[in-house]
Design a protein around this ligand. Structure first.
Ligand SMILES: Nc1ncnc2c1ncn2[C@@H]1O[C@H](COP(=O)(O)OP(=O)(O)OP(=O)(O)O)[C@@H](O)[C@H]1O
Ligand SMILES: [Mg+2]
Length: 234
């Protein structure tokens, strides 16, 4: 008899649009695929950013181990079952930038939910709102929900308001990745070339630096998931 290991599921969710969910999802997917993992991106956003990226770029479809598909609309119960019992590797879910029941359902189902946010008050407030809501749901269902903020499009030199924001995030104990995802045109370039930084020309210093930053983010992602799995097994 063979036993099936369910996939590791990572959701990219935020109640606010344009914060970098699709960019982070694609870049992290590229890093995981580059490590040799099977990575399935499921695009739940009606704007279909990642689905269109995949469907229109030959280079994207040639990345070994990486696929993109469209998520179902409406009821997702059978989809959740299908993913859990029939898939393996990593499943990355890209969601629309609005708070919906579907988003909350998928966050509960995921091993980790990542909310990209800029170092700005509205982004941090929205990210924190989602974090609090997920914690409350976790308490109700008796399953802690692992949520992390990924600070994104961070400039290399912080304005004093941004430095203050960063202090406030940490003072308030908002769970975030230590690695900052900086503002780097190399990330946006993936949408034009069809390849995320790990599969781009890493002889180019901006690409190499983006890939290095992503490696550090992926290490933190895998650590957060492993901590959660150890807690669940204990
Ligand atoms: N770290 C970054 N450096 C440079 N540009 C970035 C970075 N992250 C995101 N962007 C750019 O910001 C814009 C918004 O990013 P993205 O589409 O990933 O956001 P989103 O949260 O998925 O938006 P939506 O809510 O519309 O789905 C894009 O043009 C993307 O290329
Ligand atoms: Mg998006």
């Amino acid at each position: 008899m063979t036993t099936h290991t369910p996939p590791t599921i990572i959701a990219f969710a935020s109640p606010k649009g344009g914060v970098g969910k699709s960019t982070a999802c694609l870049s992290i997917a590229g890093a995981l695929a580059h490590m040799g993992h099977k990575v399935q991106i499921i695009d739940f956003d009606q704007t279909q950013t990642l689905w269109r990226w995949y469907a229109t770029n030959d280079a994207a479809r040639n990345i070994p181990g990486l696929t993109v598909e469209q998520g179902p609309q409406g009821d997702i119960s059978s989809f959740v079952e299908d993913v859990y019992y029939k898939r393996d590797g990593y499943v990355l879910i890209d969601l629309a930038g609005t708070l919906t029941n579907q988003m909350l359902h998928l966050a509960v189902f995921a091993n980790l939910t990542i909310t990209p946010a800029q170092l700005s008050e509205p982004d941090i407030l929205e990210a924190n709102k989602l974090s609090v809501q997920l914690q409350e749901i976790g308490v109700r269902i008796g399953k802690p929900i692992v949520h992390r903020v990924l600070l994104n499009t961070v400039p290399f030199i912080l304005a004093s308001s941004q430095a203050y924001m960063l202090e406030q995030i940490d003072a308030n104990g908002i769970a975030r990745f230590e690695t900052l995802m900086h503002y780097r045109p190399a990330y946006s370039e993936s949408f034009l070339t069809g390849v995320p930084p790990h599969f781009a020309d890493r002889g180019r210093p901006p690409m190499a630096k983006a890939a290095q930053e992503l490696d550090s983010i992926v290490n933190e992602v895998l650590f957060a998931i492993s901590q959660d799995q150890q807690k669940a097994a204990a």
